[in-house]
Design a protein around this ligand. Structure first.
Ligand code: COA
Length: 211
């Protein structure tokens, strides 16, 4: 199954329409939460351990300033099939030029170009907002997410091990043991800024240590 527009091919039996991408509205929240909570219950894509309530999801929407931290949804035939968001990386104001991005696609629509379309639109929306870095953390294994982020211009900068804990007894060897942190600028990549990021991190942990 392919998305003819996203991947440029139409030779498979079933060609899937490109989704319509638009800004989230409160009416979308139930569908957004259903998509997310499916992954809470079934995968290590998120380290939430319990499904989010409708109330918590409304708070999440309110926490995103639409002028700085957009949330986009993808719809096919008026059904929400995925969403992508950019949020604060850290609460301290010195991090305000960095966003953390996130994307979830309805499992039934995955692999059909929805994530790619959402991220393309998200990074278009982020341009010109005075931002410098986008960061994403991916619990491994997650081949689809790695492919999506590399395609969107992210590069791996760190590999955290044993950082999360989920499905200890249920999934056994599928428990996440490692986290890869990917980072990339809004456009392109710069070694100078990578060093700055590391420098900032060192200084921050030194500060925390001294408290
Ligand atoms: C990760 C996710 C957002 C990708 O969205 P998607 O709509 O399925 O992805 P697309 O169809 O746009 O494909 C994006 C890339 O992933 C690859 N891909 C898609 N599904 C894949 C799979 N199951 N295995 C390996 N690669 C896969 C595609 O080939 C494409 O790579 P390319 O650009 O090099 O051709 C989606 O699978 C998802 O929601 N997964 C669960 C939640 C999650 O992991 N979110 C990310 C948290 S960090």
């Amino acid at each position: 199954m392919r998305n003819a527009d996203a991947h440029g091919g139409s030779d498979d039996e079933r060609v899937v329409k490109s989704p319509t991408i638009r800004t989230v509205t409160p009416d979308d929240l139930e569908a957004v939460n259903d998509i997310y909570n499916h992954y809470v219950r079934t995968s290590h894509a998120t380290f939430d351990l319990e499904p989010l309530t409708a109330e918590r999801r409304r708070v999440w929407l309110d926490e995103h300033d639409p002028h700085r931290h957009p949330i986009l949804v993808a719809a096919r035939d008026e059904r929400i099939v995925g969403y992508a968001s950019a949020g604060r990386f850290r609460a301290r104001p010195g991090y305000d030029t960095t966003v953390e991005t996130s994307v979830y696609v309805d499992e039934a629509a995955s692999g059909t170009g929805v994530g790619t379309s959402l991220y393309a639109a998200l990074f278009d929306a982020l341009a010109g907002r005075g931002l410098h870095r986008a960061v994403a953390g991916i619990a491994l294994p997650n081949d689809a997410s790695i492919a999506l982020h590399l395609r969107a211009g992210f590069r791996q900068v760190a590999h955290f091990t044993e950082q999360g804990w989920k499905f200890r007894t249920l999934l056994g060897r599928r428990v996440v043991r490692t986290l890869a942190h990917l980072t990339g600028p809004i456009r392109g990549i710069s070694l100078v800024n990578l060093q700055l990021l590391r420098h900032t991190k060192r200084r921050r942990s030194a500060c925390e240590h001294s408290r």
